[in-house]
Ligand binder design. Structure first.
Ligand SMILES: Nc1nc2c(c(=O)[nH]1)N[C@H]1C(S)=C(S)[C@@H](COP(=O)(O)OP(=O)(O)OC[C@H]3O[C@@H](n4cnc5c(=O)[nH]c(N)nc54)[C@H](O)[C@@H]3O)O[C@H]1N2
Ligand SMILES: Nc1nc2c(c(=O)[nH]1)N[C@H]1C(S)=C(S)[C@@H](COP(=O)(O)OP(=O)(O)OC[C@H]3O[C@@H](n4cnc5c(=O)[nH]c(N)nc54)[C@H](O)[C@@H]3O)O[C@H]1N2
Ligand code: SF4
Ligand SMILES: [Mo]
Length: 748
């Protein structure tokens, strides 16, 4: 039997009962819970309200159901039929690891280490970091994870312009921050009640809250000003703000003069983005554009958030993320408390060192850059080296979350498998990702994953996802209850938390770290891998002189960084080649890009492809987070499905009426690539020409395996979103939001 409810052998029962602190098993946020354990089994899991991050989102009550669900993967399995046929043989971990390692060794000998691609997902705990460590020791620069699509462009832009060696803080400080612009982010969903409270507190203490979003999001509900932007027009808006601020002379002249290079070029680049023109492009009234530009420039300190909605816009991402960086800089908001603090990596963890990026850069077997680097050199070995040179004076290890440079552009991965261009990728090891719904152009993902060119596909997950259904080996992962957890979000978090496992792994589930350790030990990396995940956490925590177990056993198992200091650049300069803020980036130029990227429309848009827009007359954005799911996950949880049962296409009631569509009707959402079925949800706060389609849907209750693959073709928006190389951002990120579509009723 492959799946089954947990059972305890009578002989093991010793009728013990205890309460332990741990992490919620449901998603990678790792919120704190208290677990009542009876006879080794969690009988009650509730939010730990004494912790700074209690598990209190709408999914939290499902922890036990998630942990015990009968459809969880519990044993390693090997494919015995054709790919996707659903014929498996249960095998031991030893056999699985021996066979996978042997195949990887063979591929390395025949095609070089670069022929192995790792694929990770959104943040899920320790697997990603262990994966990069493994890839670096193995010698492959082909590592991709979903951070590629949820941030890389914005961070790479910031590092190019002002060279922060960590990340940029953007949360308003109550009583200090005067202006907070949430641009393409909706914190009350990812951050839950705590984020909502923090926004309200800041507003109460006088921060003006401004939200830029095509939807009236939860954040927009809390705002003083909501700019209802046309999806994908964000670059034009950023250039419009810059135009007003420069034209009216309300930028920080002293800072610009002393610290910025390339101001005249910037002035030239934005000169045509007058409020009138920008209003036409963005569908935002002129007065609002001018009001927000003036408010932000005149009311310091102010901050502009990072935002997913601004990094998934393909070509339009470029001017958006650079534009946001220029705005922060020329208003003199950089490295101010309450403004935009330039954080270092926390000193209590040796994250950069432990990930072994240097080994990759100097690996004796690696002769090539990653498969996307010839198209997007910023994201690759060359990019990494260039950033490090630029930052060398401040930190020779380069930017904190260095993995962003090594995140292979997804569309290039599929070309490397299908067309063997620029060189063949022969193996993919996926862990914690469902690329079949998460990445653009699911048809091409499918073509690659079923290609005869691919010699090995391993998938490690909690569930038999459409991606796992196509794998050669499927491996069962532990969840947050069953494994140790050290917070810190890919090295971003400057706060970290620790929690011990609360129960033993059920069945044969293993933690993600063990996959990389076991493969590493079989592939010449002996001595590199502590035996246990806890042991590796000890190494990461060495600078703090505390062990993981000690940290986890504290009442408040958190480490906080030193209190922030501002304007450190006055002593050190900025971490760029010149030591200044480079509005025209010399780093980008060294990598073959223009110093200032042009402001472009998304690949398909009313402005760029007006003829096509006549046929597909609605602008579509897709995939905003739902409070009931985490991306593609949790569709197995009945209680969540009752709240949000299927994929919805939100549409203005007048537009729906003109198409003969009522609330709840099945509709075709159709782009120039094809159509999927979703269900109409009327929303009169949307612009009548804008649609929001739900993203990342598959239906675990539907028939698994070929040809249905659990309904992966039914509502999955990414199956009608292209991954054309020309549509990607300067970093090679997928273009996942801001397309065009038409909506028609489903008449069958
Ligand atoms: N059109 C469109 N597409 C998008 C987006 C969008 O906004 N619009 N958003 C993008 C974004 S931001 C992201 S991050 C991606 C998300 O893309 P993915 O990361 O691929 O999707 P997830 O649903 O987060 O998780 C994928 C799988 O991880 C498994 N998993 C969960 N926990 C663990 C664990 O501890 N170990 C292991 N081994 N597996 C685990 C889950 O069961 C799930 O099957 O999608 C992107 N795709
Ligand atoms: N409950 C829950 N929490 C989550 C997730 C989840 O799926 N569910 N996902 C996790 C992940 S992987 C991530 S990356 C974070 C993301 O968290 P956020 O950054 O908050 O991302 P989203 O809610 O996906 O998108 C933010 C906003 O972008 C808007 N948007 C869409 N298109 C555009 C556009 O063209 N321009 C502008 N300006 N805005 C646009 C959307 O309407 C949405 O309100 O959340 C994490 N937390
Ligand atoms: S489901 Fe995720 S966000 Fe919600 S409480 Fe659990 S870990 Fe936190
Ligand atoms: Mo994400």
């Amino acid at each position: 039997m492959l799946f089954g409810a947990p059972k305890v052998l009578e002989s093991e029962v010793h009728h013990s009962q205890e309460t332990q602190k741990g992490t919620c098993p449901i998603c990678g946020m790792g919120c704190f819970v208290e677990v009542k354990i009876q006879d080794g089994i969690p009988v009650r899991i509730k939010a730990d309200h004494n912790s700074p991050h209690p598990a209190d989102c709408p999914r939290a009550g499902q922890a036990k159901t998630y942990h015990n669900h009968p459809d969880r993967l519990n044993y390693p399995m090997k494919r015995v039929g054709k790919r996707g046929e659903g014929k498996w043989q249960q095998i031991s971990w030893e056999q699985a690891l021996d066979e996978i390692a042997a195949k990887l060794g063979q591929i390395r000998d025949d095609h070089g280490p670069e022929a192995v691609q790792t694929l990770g997902g959104s943040f899920k705990g320790p697997g990603d970091a262990a994966c990069w460590r493994w890839g670096n020791l193995f010698g492959t620069p082909n590592m991709m994870h979903q951070g590629k699509n949820c941030g890389s462009a914005e961070y790479l832009a910031e590092w190019s312009v002002y060279g922060t060696i960590g990340v940029v803080g953007y949360w308003p400080t109550p009583g200090v921050t005067k202006t907070a612009i949430f641009w393409g982010g909706n914190p009350p969903v990812p951050g839950g009640i705590a984020a909502e409270k923090a926004i309200k507190a800041a507003r109460k203490a006088g921060t003006k809250i401004i939200v830029i979003d095509p939807r009236r999001s939860e954040a927009a509900e809390l705002a003083d000003i909501w700019l209802r932007i046309r999806p994908g027009a964000d670059g034009a808006l950023a250039y419009g703000f810059l135009n007003v601020i420069i034209h009216e002379g309300i930028y920080d002249k002293e800072f610009v003069e002393k610290w910025c290079l390339g101001f005249d070029e910037l002035k030239e680049a934005v000169k045509d983005y007058t409020p009138q023109r920008v209003s036409e492009l963005t569908w935002i009234p002129v007065e609002q554009i001018v009001e927000v530009a003036r408010y932000y420039a005149n009311n310091k300190p102010g901050n502009i958030s990072f935002g997913l909605g601004t990094v998934e816009l393909g070509n339009a991402t470029n001017a958006t993320v650079f534009g946001k960086a220029y705005l922060r800089a020329i208003t003199g908001n950089l490295d101010l408390i309450g403004g935009q603090l330039l954080d270092d990596m926390p000193e209590f963890m040796q994250y950069r060192q432990e990930l072994k990026w240097d080994t990759l850069l100097n690996h004796p077997l690696r002769t090539r850059d990653n498969v996307g680097a010839h198209l997007w050199p910023v994201a690759g070995v060359r990019g990494m080296k260039t950033f490090r040179e630029a930052m060398a004076k401040l930190n020779p290890l380069g930017p904190g979350p260095a993995f962003y440079m090594m995140c292979t552009a997804p569309s290039a991965i599929w070309s490397a498998i299908i067309d063997q261009d620029p060189y063949p990728i022969k193996a993919v090891i996926t862990q914690g990702t469902n690329s079949m719904v998460a990445l653009a152009n699911s048809r091409r993902v499918y073509q690659a994953l079923t290609s005869p060119n691919l010699d090995l596909h391993v998938a490690m997950d909690h569930w038999m996802t459409p991606q796992a259904q196509l794998a050669d080996y499927v491996l069962p992962a532990t969840d947050g209850l069953e494994r140790a957890n050290l917070g810190g979000m890919w090295g971003f978090g400057n706060v970290t938390s620790a929690a011990m496992p609360t129960v033993k792994p059920q069945f044969e589930r293993r933690d993600d770290y063990q996959l990389w350790r076991e493969l590493g030990n079989r592939l010449g990396q002996q001595g590199e891998w502590p035996d246990t995940l806890e042991g590796w956490f000890d190494k990461l925590l060495e600078p703090s002189k505390i062990t993981f177990a000690e940290l986890a056993s504290r009442d408040m198992p958190w480490l906080f960084p030193e209190p922030p200091q501002e304007k450190r650049y006055e002593k050190t300069g900025f971490a760029t080649f010149s030591g200044k803020v480079e509005l025209s980036s010399s780093l980008m130029q060294k990598l073959g890009y223009p110093g200032i990227l042009p402001c472009e429309e998304p690949g398909w848009s009313p402005v760029r492809t007006p003829e096509l827009f006549k046929e597909f007359p609605l602008v579509m954005t897709a995939g905003a987070s739902s409070p009931f799911y985490y991306r593609s996950q949790h569709k197995q949880l009945d209680k969540m499905r009752r709240q949000h049962p299927k994929a919805f296409a939100s549409i203005h009631p007048e537009t729906a009426a003109s198409l003969g569509i009522g609330d709840g009707d099945a509709v075709w959402v159709e782009t120039p690539m094809g159509k999927v079925k979703q269900w109409a949800k009327l929303n009169d706060t949307l612009h009548p020409d804008v649609v929001h389609a739900d993203g990342l849907w598959w239906y675990p209750e539907q028939e698994a395996y070929e040809p249905n693959l659990s309904g992966v073709w039914e509502s999955n928006i990414n199956s009608i979103i292209p991954d054309d190389h020309n549509f990607a951002s300067f970093a090679g990120d997928n273009h996942l939001r801001a397309h065009i579509c038409r909506i028609t009723p489903v008449n069958d």
